[in-house]
Write a protein that binds this ligand. Structure first.
Ligand code: GLP
Length: 239
């Protein structure tokens, strides 16, 4: 694991954003895996600004997002589809037909997961961006007895509901989501994780120094040959 520690989120955004821009400039038809949550937002701002300044074009990239809530219309402001369009896709020149999401409203969730996995396998993700949950989840792979494989429907844990319900002011947040599985994430050629703040300290410690165990799903990243972890000092404090 390559661990990079910075003073603040802006510095992380610059470092991660620069890595992504260099990769896109080197391979314009790159496949990028994106994550939601607060952690990647400064990086998305950095990428949008770089596009505005004509330092990069995203017109030939393909994207896959890690996860999506179930039973929430795509148009809801809290869907991950809306989140990504607001924070990145509407601000750059990515083509809508090259943007891929799990459909959390699919009638047959298993079929939808198979469709998504086949599409990912046909492209292979070059760089997968990740955040981490306070309980060590990646995507929505919650702590469990065994590691997950492909995409699947998950019941969210209380820790995740507590962390994410702040975004749901009127309606209660969904209890289920579709997520890429651990094996799907691990198949990405390179993984970049961003984690900031005190609330991530334990998850980061478990991920880096703990046993490789599905009770801390992020610990599986110890087995990936090309992973970069970007932390601020608070998130890195227990290392
Ligand atoms: C959410 C997302 C994850 C994300 C994590 C951390 O539940 N499903 O993909 O990495 O929580 O979010 P944040 O960056 O807001 O702490």
């Amino acid at each position: 694991m390559n661990i990079h520690i910075y003073d603040n989120a802006e510095q992380i955004a610059k470092a991660v954003g620069t890595m992504i821009i260099n990769a896109v400039n080197e391979k314009p038809d790159i496949t990028l895996g994106f994550a939601t949550g607060a952690s990647p937002v400064p990086t998305y701002n950095f990428l949008s600004k770089a596009y505005e300044d004509k330092k990069v074009s995203f017109k030939d990239i393909t994207t896959f997002n890690l996860d999506e809530y179930c039973d929430l219309p795509k148009s809801d402001k809290n869907s991950y589809y809306s989140f990504m369009h607001q924070n990145l896709f509407d601000r750059i020149d990515v083509k809508e037909e090259n943007v891929n999401f799990l459909n959390g409203n699919a009638v047959d969730a298993e079929e939808e997961c198979r469709r998504y996995d086949a599409l990912i396998d046909s492209k292979r993700i070059d760089i997968q961006l990740l955040g981490v949950g306070r309980n060590g989840h990646i995507g929505f792979n919650e702590p469990a007895n065994k590691f997950t494989k492909g995409s699947f429907k998950v019941r969210l844990t209380q820790s995740t509901i507590d962390a994410n319900s702040v975004y749901f002011d009127e309606n209660p947040m969904p209890r289920y989501a579709l997520t890429m599985g651990t094996v799907s994430i691990m198949k990405s050629k390179q993984i970049i994780m961003i984690a900031t703040g005190k609330s991530k300290q334990d998850a980061i410690y478990g991920m880096v120094h703990g046993d490789i165990t599905p009770s801390c799903p992020a610990s599986v990243l110890q087995l990936h040959p090309d992973v970069h972890i970007f932390l601020d000092r608070e998130a890195a404090q227990r290392l």
